[in-house]
Design a protein around this ligand. Structure first.
Ligand code: SAM
Length: 280
């Protein structure tokens, strides 16, 4: 049996676009030039049409599938037309139906991504593309394209770890099959793409208060599968940890006293030939 957490996006469909940036010029340029010889594209986990809309404006014929009806209704409001409620584990199309398929910010949500990769390979004729984050580069100090050697601040793992610990203490441990970015690392090593295109490498600065607001708004599915009052209590505790870290100043080892957080974002576009994914 396959497990998926995508339907949880129904509950954040209203705020999704305001909490994620629009598809960037660099992302669209990479996708459209790599798929320039393709006309029909299946967008798997199309969501609110963040990519489907600009790609159809560029002339591609896009069909989107998703398991969240509400995310797709946002896409429909933007003018994305060909949308089908379907699970990426069982794509309701015949073999080689599309010139290309794309999957963007979805694979990290799917525990058995290998079956989804197989399905993508099955329904595609020419190229399968996935926009992936390169977490290793984001978390080490390798020099980025602008010559910076900045890495993502450890405040991110610290907040997530504290959130997870508090959930556990309150009797709501994070589900075991929850994975974040390990899938994308595994995909790179188990199914090496025929091409890996660098898309972006940048450092975004945000305030810790903005990060806490994101947690408060429950913009990630991992923050939603607990009762709201428990979630709110956890947020209060996180806020007091921040206040304590502030109070203790330099004596504390906690990263939560940082006010400005640097977040490095490294994105790559992986391209496979469909037959590379039609395993077994
Ligand atoms: C983080 S959003 C990404 C949406 C869009 N690709 C983007 O980049 O904005 C993940 C989307 O994948 C969908 N999803 C998750 N699991 C899925 C599955 N098994 N089959 C189809 N869609 C899925 C979710 O419902 C959600 O709309």
């Amino acid at each position: 049996m396959t497990t998926t957490i995508g339907a949880e996006f129904d509950s954040i469909s209203e705020i999704y676009d305001s909490t994620r940036r629009a598809a960037t010029e660099a992302e669209l340029k990479a996708v459209s030039s790599e798929l320039s010889e393709c006309r029909t594209i299946l967008d798997i986990g199309v969501g609110t049409g963040r990519f489907a809309k600009p790609l159809s404006d560029l002339g591609f014929e896009i069909v989107g599938i998703d398991i969240s009806r509400k995310m797709m209704s946002k896409a429909r409001q933007k003018g994305v037309e060909n949308l089908i409620l379907a699970d990426a584990h069982n794509i309701p199309f015949k073999d080689r139906s599309f010139d290309a398929s794309i999957i963007i910010h979805v694979l990290h949500l799917i525990p058995d991504w290998l079956n989804v990769a197989r399905e993508m390979g099955r329904v595609t004729k020419n190229k399968v593309a996935a926009l992936l984050r390169n977490r290793q580069r984001e978390w080490n100090n390798a020099t980025n394209v602008s010559g910076n050697s900045s890495a993502t601040s450890p405040v991110f793992p610290e907040l997530w770890t504290r959130y997870a610990q508090l959930r556990e203490e309150m009797g709501y441990p994070i589900r075991r099959n929850r994975r974040m970015w390990q899938n994308e690392e595994e995909i790179r090593s188990k199914l090496p793409p025929m091409k890996l295109v660098k898309v972006s490498d940048e450092v975004v600065v945000m305030n810790i208060s903005d990060l806490i607001t994101r947690f408060q708004q429950r913009i990630y599915p991992m923050l939603q599968d607990i009762p709201i009052d428990v979630h709110n209590k956890i947020i209060q505790k996180l806020l007091s940890s921040i206040a304590n870290a502030d109070h203790n100043g330099k004596e504390t080892t906690s990263t939560l006293r940082e006010k400005q957080i640097e977040r490095r974002i490294v994105e790559e576009l992986a391209i496979w030939r469909p037959d590379q994914l039609r395993l077994g």
